[in-house]
Unconditional design. Structure first.
Length: 143
């Protein structure tokens, strides 16, 4: 009998809510891969410290399956490697309420035509907090 893995932290929420909490957009073309990381990088967060290596691998595979479904529904043909990159909290609105965790955005590039597919959290807007940059530039230039 196969043992069922029960997650006891926020990763359960993240995994179960990928479809409901992310939207997919296509972008032509991303050719600079310096910011992308293997999907396994997602479980390097402190939230996953208590997981065994086997549980981390299982989580990554389950996440990959959810993302494959999400990307395919948007039109992805199924080729390419799913990756992720992380946006610091200061570049999204959740940093305004004290959020301290990076925001994961998932990416896959279709091999046959180079289209990139991005799974972005619903409501995410890339931005700087209002006045944040101006205040810091001003304080630096006065020193």
């Amino acid at each position: 009998m196969k043992k069922k893995w029960v997650r006891k932290n926020k990763s359960n929420y993240m995994l179960d809510k990928i479809k409901d909490n992310y939207r997919v957009v296509d972008y032509t073309h991303i050719d600079d891969y310096r910011c992308f990381h293997p999907l396994a990088k997602v479980v390097e967060d402190f939230e996953f410290e208590s997981l065994t290596p086997k549980q981390k691998c299982q989580h990554i595979e389950e996440l990959r399956e959810k993302l494959v479904d999400l990307f395919r529904q948007a039109g992805w043909e199924g080729d390419g490697e799913i990756e992720c990159y992380f946006v610091p909290p200061c570049f999204g609105k959740h940093g305004d309420d004290g959020g301290t965790h990076c925001i994961a955005i998932y990416h896959v590039k279709q091999s046959n035509n180079g289209t990139s597919w991005l799974a972005i959290p619903n409501g995410f807007e890339f931005r700087l907090p209002k006045g944040w940059l101006t205040k810091r530039i001003h304080s630096v230039s006065n020193n």
